[in-house]
Write a protein that binds this ligand. Structure first.
Ligand SMILES: *[C@@H]1O[C@H](CO)[C@@H](O)[C@H](O)[C@H]1NC(C)=O
Length: 958
């Protein structure tokens, strides 16, 4: 991980540190010089790092050297962070002294306020001076250590590390079109699809030649599939000329062009235009098939350079076949339509491959083979490598040995399987590498959530922004980058926007990443370790500890060394439901965790957090969710000045948050959803200037002069970005009180949720007026309104033109839906539990009687519609007079692709216009009447839906 960590550290050294040094420190110590020195050495080392990283695999002395370097880098990061924390602390203390007496504006002007006695001031000064000396000497110490490391690099011959590591990059083996058919198993379907694409006439797009990309992670068998098609008899006769080019890294257009025209290998004085000319001549008028195997570049200009002459010279029906492991290559070639995604190979075929290469006799080691193949997780290359490994092993014992070892520790397998992944890995920027490697600290098959993972990276300080770019934005870029290079799979996408929101990592990629982190990331399952004591060495920095049911944490001792941990997750191998004795966290243990950045104690049944947590000054991310017995948090938690994220979701018993929460000046995300006992949030929250998310903001209404509680008017002080859910509590006397929230100022808010479940309002019991004053900014894209007790919608809703997602839930009085069909950008609408609505018709579309003759469109962008739990709903009709199936100027829901209707037992009709929508998915559940009427073929409603490809209709949930 060293190159990543050093890149991160260097970025920090050049940015933040100089700011500190320019302050008072400058005169006190020689710190500036020390840091300059340190940074200079580090830069020198960085130049050889790429080489060192790659050589460590073989060379133990390089590995030891790297470990030391790594260690110093981590320590330096900690020292700088400690320093930074002190600065934050001073800011908080400054605020504390001033209190809230001074209005914020005046406070800015006044430089220093001595509201404390001079002696106290002196004491503070003295403490600061001591602290700085300590920091100074720590930096000096680390600097000296780095000198030693640097000396080693310069003077020891063993190293001779290469300045531009290029030569050391493992070279991908050249491929050719020859294939040994006896080693190929499966892929019949893919082959058929591919050959059809190659041979079908008239499939050229408007740009001439059809480009067919084959996409998949390293080792999935892209090249093999291509070879199959290339050598197919029909393909051979169909094309006049077939050419195989092994592209790899870097994309060299001259080399490729020469390969196509089968000229001599490139020489230094080749002129591009000359080479392209001769390429054109060689294929002139011919129907060609060109294979570009293993393309990495996403430089569209280079690609165009080749493509244009190919189109101009080739005959109709020519094809270009491209294999790649990167999504962006496909995008840049504008060939997404014809892409073939190569997925995992079925276990059956993996076994065939394994058998072939292991030379196993029938009935021999049958059970063991199956288990081994399971480990390959559908990766043909892995099956091949494992098979080859077993080839000369002839005893059952030898086979069991391999099965029970960590398979990938076997060098033979590792080299073969990881090689292709390694190529993708070396292609990443150092900081992106860090982010990828961090994923090894999550268990296999973990479902990563985009935002959550980015928060983790942020907590480890991997996202150092350059220039003005926001750290979060950088995180999104990194995430997309890793997705594009096939390090992630099983992508979960937002059904409407298509953005990837979650993903998993292939088991073998996980093994690979784990092998790269060496022992920095570790997952220990005490249940499967048994009584053996697994040694937790100093190198471990990210630890997930799975404990047996009811087992206490292992104490910190010679075996368990916690002091370098930067991430600690504790969980149980299986859940502890209904356990009587709560889990205790030993405070001595907590005190060991001095370097910790991320602490995850969710769902382990703690009822108390030791106050010592306040000493873990580097903490940035705490997850205490799902601890149902947790009633309060220690006040000391407010001394974590670096804390970004505090997750407390579903801590059902949590009664309050500490009043001093205002001290968490770095806090960005606060999650308190499902904390049902939480009656209010502390007022101090309004002072948190960095706060961007409160997932469920409990806001107290009423004349309750409880100054401790966050009130509606306080929302104004917050500048939340992203999302806000307001849960109103208490008794509203006068809706004008709510106006103070001034939500319309929050330009950056794109999601707003309002929940009225716990509010009382005058006698009228209607929440209409309240809702009217909570008008959001018109940038708002997403809106949920729950438990609204009025017959109509808020007056601003129909003028919020930018709304794309709407959920209406539990509108108890509402009989007629608002005219949502008029919202021009609405993409997804969810209606749940509107118990009085009997009919959906014209008013829902937003049709005025006068307007109907005009050509118009209702719900013009709606893609997804969910109607759930509407016990009174009987009819859904068009509501437009004279609307016919054949001809109409009126278009209704012209983009609708998914419709779900459930728990509407009385509903009997579907509207006619459905047959004109491009619906792809229809789900009808628990709608008894509709179930009968939608019967395939004979049902009355069937003609309206018969065109839909995926229909699921069931009489009940089961
Ligand atoms: C904390 O760990 C649990 C598993 O024990 C996991 O489900 C959760 O996602 C983790 N929290 C974060 C913020 O990663």
């Amino acid at each position: 991980m060293a190159d990543g960590i050093i890149a991160v550290l260097l970025e920090r050294l050049v940015s933040t540190v100089y700011e500190y040094v320019d302050g008072e420190m400058k005169h006190v110590l020689n710190v500036a010089k020390e840091i300059d020195d340190f940074a200079a050495k580090l830069k020198g080392i960085q130049a050889v790092l790429e080489d060192a990283e790659q050589r460590q695999v073989k060379d133990a002395s390089v590995r030891i050297w790297l470990d030391k370097l790594n260690d110093i880098s981590y320590k330096m990061v900690d020292v700088l962070d400690e320093w930074n924390t002190d600065i934050l602390k001073q800011q908080v203390e400054h605020q504390e002294r001033e209190g809230e007496k001074v209005a914020p504006k005046k406070k800015m002007k006044k430089k220093v306020a001595f509201s404390v006695s001079p002696s106290c001031f002196c004491f503070r000064k003295a403490r600061e001076v001591t602290f700085r000396h300590e920091i100074g000497s720590m930096i000096k110490d680390l600097n000296d250590k780095l000198s030693v490391i640097d000396e080693q690099r310069r003077n020891t011959l063993v190293f001779q590390l290469n300045q531009n590591g290029i030569q050391q990059v493992p070279k991908r083996q050249e491929t050719s079109h020859y294939v040994d058919m006896s080693t190929v198993f499966g892929r019949e379907n893919e082959k058929d699809v591919l050959i059809t694409k190659l041979l079908s006439d008239g499939r050229e797009d408007r740009r001439g030649i059809l480009t067919i990309p084959i996409l998949g992670m390293g080792g999935m068998g892209k090249t093999t599939l291509t070879q199959l098609a290339y050598n197919d008899a029909n393909v051979q006769t169909y094309f006049d000329k077939r050419i195989w080019v092994c592209v790899s890294h870097p994309f060299d257009e001259i080399k490729i062009a020469k390969a196509i025209s089968s000229d001599n290998p490139p020489s230094s004085n080749d002129q591009l235009s000359h080479v392209l000319d001769s390429m054109s001549t060689s294929i002139k008028g011919k129907r060609f098939l060109i294979v570009l195997d293993d393309v990495w570049t996403h430089d569209p200009e280079k690609w165009e350079l080749l493509r244009i002459p190919l189109i101009q010279s080739g005959a109709k029906g020519s094809r270009i076949l491209v294999t790649t492991r990167q999504h962006d290559v496909v995008d840049k070639m504008e060939a997404t339509r014809d892409v073939i995604n190569l997925e995992e190979l079925s276990e059956k075929y993996c076994l065939s491959i394994f058998d072939h290469f292991s030379g196993r006799q029938v009935d021999e080691f049958e059970d063991i083979s199956k288990e081994m193949v399971e480990k390959c997780k559908g990766l043909p290359l892995a099956a091949k490598a494992l098979g080859s490994l077993m080839r000369n092993k002839r005893t059952r014992r030898a086979w069991l040995d391999v099965l029970n070892s960590k398979v990938w520790d076997r060098e033979e397998v590792e080299q073969k399987v990881f090689q292709p992944l390694l190529l993708s890995y070396y292609d990443l920027a150092p900081t992106v590498k860090c982010c990828l490697l961090y994923c090894a600290s999550f268990p296999k098959d973990y479902e990563f959530q985009r935002d959550c993972l980015i928060n983790h990276w942020m907590a480890q300080d991997y996202l150092n922004s350059v220039g003005n770019k926001d750290k979060g934005e950088l995180g999104h870029e990194f995430f997309d980058n890793l997705v594009a290079r096939s390090f992630f799979q099983d992508l979960k996408k937002n059904s409407v926007t298509g953005k990837v929101t979650g993903c998993k990592m292939h088991d073998i990629v996980h093994d690979f990443v784990q092998s790269l982190t060496k022992n920095e990331c570790l997952i220990i399952d005490t249940a499967s370790v048994g009584n053996e004591i697994e040694v937790l060495g100093e190198k471990v920095r990210h630890l997930t500890l799975k404990l047996k049911h009811g087992e206490p944490l292992p104490p910190s001792n010679a075996y368990y060394n916690y002091k370098n941990l930067r991430t600690l997750t504790i969980k149980f191998s299986f859940l502890r439901y209904g356990t009587s004795n709560p889990m205790m966290i030993d405070s001595n243990l907590l005190l060991q965790l001095k370097c910790l950045r991320t602490l995850n104690l969710s769902e382990i049944g703690i009822s108390e957090v030791p106050k010592e947590i306040g000493d873990l000054i580097h903490l940035r991310h705490i997850d205490l969710s799902w601890n149902r017995g947790l009633k309060i948090l220690p006040d000391s938690i407010c001394e974590l000045y670096n804390l970004y994220t505090l997750r407390l979701c579903y801590c059902r018993s949590l009664e309050k948050l500490p009043d001093n929460i205002w001290k968490l000046i770095s806090l960005k995300h606060l999650y308190v959803r499902g904390c049902l006992e939480l009656e209010y949030l502390p007022k101090g929250i309004r002072r948190l200037k960095k706060l961007k998310t409160i997932d469920e903001c409990v806001v107290v209404c009423g004349d309750d002069e409880d100054r401790a509680a966050l009130q509606v008017g306080d929302l104004r002080a917050l500048n939340l970005h992203g999302s806000l859910t307001i849960r109103l509590n208490g008794n509203v006397e006068d809706e004008r009180e709510l106006e103070k929230a001034q939500l319309w100022h929050m330009k950056q808010l794109f999601y707003l949720g309002i929940n009225f479940e716990h509010v009382q309002y005058k006698q009228t019991a209607s929440t209409k007026e309240i809702l009217n004053v909570l008008r959001p900014h018109e940038n708002l894209e997403s809106l949920d309104i729950c438990y609204h007790s009025s017959t109509t919608c808020p007056n601003w809703m129909m003028s919020s033109h930018n709304l794309r997602f709407i959920t209406l839930l539990g509108w108890t009085e509402c009989k007629f839906l608002p005219p949502l069909g008029k919202l021009p950008y609405l993409e997804k609408l969810t209606i749940i539990s509107l118990r009085r609505v009997e009919k959906l018709s014209g008013e829902f579309l937003g049709i005025d009687k006068a307007e109907t003759s005009l050509a118009s469109s209702f719900f013009p962008k709606l893609k997804q519609l969910v109607i759930n739990c509407m016990p009174a709903l009987v009819e859904w009709e068009v509501g437009v007079e004279g609307w016919t199936k054949e001809a109409s100027e009126i278009s209704i829901m012209p983009c609708l692709s998914s419709l779900e209707i459930s728990l509407c037992p009385l509903l009997k009709t579907l509207p006619n216009f459905l047959c004109k929508t491009p619906l792809q998915d229809l789900i009808i559940k628990d709608c008894l009447r509709l179930f009968k009427r939608c019967k395939q073929g004979s049902g009355e409603e069937w003609p309206k839906i018969s065109h839909i490809p995926n229909i699921k209709i069931s009489p009940s949930w089961t």
